[in-house]
Design a protein around this ligand. Structure first.
Ligand code: SAH
Length: 421
């Protein structure tokens, strides 16, 4: 979502005559697009601001946008007096106001809903992977999560608007569409005639575009995986055989305290249905360790589910207490030391799963999407249908972005392969 927001902000500023620079000391306008989901992300923003305010040109405008802006509000100006603007995740389209009045302090952390999507310019050139937001905000209220506070309640964009953006992306260079939302599979839009549109309808319509070869979506809430969406994995070959479906914990007791779906059997049934319609599908998850009151037994259940489900490419985090959340004031908070030990143990398991899966890919042929050169410039970086990184030696002839690749080697982090002509 932040990558998308960053692209829109860049496109908007280009219309105002700005170009990008990698050098802070050279910039006339510096924007940090921020994430507040864990305390560490917020801390990083303030330490970066501390560095930047000393390094920047005296007249350069400095501001933060996104969730830390919303979380901090006017307090951000007190902490960093050099800040010129603080704009929340739904008001960054107001940015040009600071260009008109650079001597003011601009603060807007309103939850303006979907207004920003209408006010921002359409992109004229799309990256091969185009991110298309379809909904914003979340109604689930997981007790650890700051997102309902920073991004607000769920709002789904009109079906026609999303398709309009998708067609624009296809016509301007996109090959893969990634639908975005904090609760993406909760997408529901009812038009004036009372017709209901869901994520499965968006996928169906997008798959008709010949330019678009790959479709995926993130992030999903387990019990929003409705049967029509599960069936899409069987019907629509352009939908990638990979789904991030976070479980967070393997312990029903902790899941209840998280206000998450706590019936592990229901979760497993969804995976079983997915595998029935798409036997090659792989699942990844997000995990939180050290949630308040998590015992060794609870954590053992998390390890067990990570092993049983054989998740690939998962994310794992130490629980971080966040302002405006219920879990932050729950009793029996877990010490940093225990969180670290548990995270290490879980990561060992997740890394082992990932290594095993990567190695099982050796010898297989997969259609992969080229994302560009690696750091050395000698190789190309591809993404497999499972979002694994695959490094391929650069050929001496021109290639198209989608290539059939034979996987020749693998380790935990990535694959190696060769182009099949
Ligand atoms: N579904 C939302 C949330 C993403 S946050 C979205 O797409 O925007 C990504 C992951 O961060 C969550 O799945 C969860 O595992 C983790 N997370 C969220 N809040 C957290 C907290 N307070 N402490 C630690 N991890 C957290």
């Amino acid at each position: 979502m932040n990558v998308y927001d960053g692209q829109r902000i860049a496109a908007m500023l280009e219309q105002h005559g700005f170009t990008q620079t990698e050098d802070v000391t050279d910039a006339d306008l510096i924007i940090l697009n921020t994430c507040a989901v864990r305390a560490k992300a917020t801390d990083k923003v303030y330490s970066a601001l501390g560095r930047i305010r000393r390094a920047k040109k005296p007249n350069a405008l400095l501001g933060i946008v996104g969730c830390v802006a919303r979380e901090s509000g006017a307090d951000a100006f007190k902490r960093i007096p050099e800040l010129n603007f603080v704009l929340g995740p739904q008001s960054y389209h107001k940015l040009p106001e600071i260009l008109k009045n650079p001597d003011t302090k601009l603060l807007n952390i309103d939850l303006g809903g979907l207004e920003k999507f209408d006010e921002l310019p359409q992109t004229t050139k799309s990256p091969v992977v185009a991110y298309i937001p379809i909904q914003e905000g979340c109604n689930h209220c997981c007790t650890y999560c700051i997102v309902p506070y920073t991004r607000g309640r769920e709002l789904s964009r009109p079906f026609d608007d999303v398709i309009h953006d998708t067609i624009n992306a296809a016509k301007t260079g996109a090959i893969e569409i990634c639908f975005l939302g904090q609760n993406v599979n909760g997408y529901k839009y009812t038009d004036e005639k009372g017709k209901l549109f869901k994520l499965s309808d968006l996928i169906c319509e997008t798959a008709k575009l010949p330019e678009i070869q790959r479709i995926r979506f993130t992030s999903s809430y387990p019990t929003e995986m409705s049967d029509d969406l599960i069936e899409m994995f069987g019907i629509e070959p352009k939908l990638l055989p990979f789904l991030n479906m976070p479980i967070q914990s393997g312990s029903p007791r902790i899941l209840k305290k998280m206000n998450r779906p706590d019936d592990i059997d229901t979760y497993k049934t969804i995976i079983k249905k997915l595998k029935t319609v798409r036997p090659d599908i792989q699942i990844s998850s997000d995990f939180i360790v050290g949630f308040p009151d998590e015992t060794d037994e609870d954590f053992a259940e998390t390890l067990r589910i990570a092993r049983d489900i054989k998740y690939i490419n998962s994310y794992s985090f130490k629980y971080s207490p966040r302002p405006h959340t219920a879990a932050a004031i729950m009793p029996n908070q877990i010490s940093e030391q225990i969180k670290s030990v548990r995270l290490q143990q879980l990561d060992n398991q997740l890394n082992e799963n990932q290594r095993e899966f990567n190695i099982s890919c050796i010898g297989k042929e997969m259609i992969c999407l080229c994302e560009g050169d690696d750091k050395t410039g000698r190789n190309l970086v591809f993404r497999t249908p499972y979002m694994q990184q695959c490094i391929v030696e650069k050929p001496d002839y021109k290639i198209t972005a989608l290539q059939k690749i034979k996987i020749t080697d693998a380790n935990k982090a990535s694959l190696r392969g060769e182009i099949i002509k």
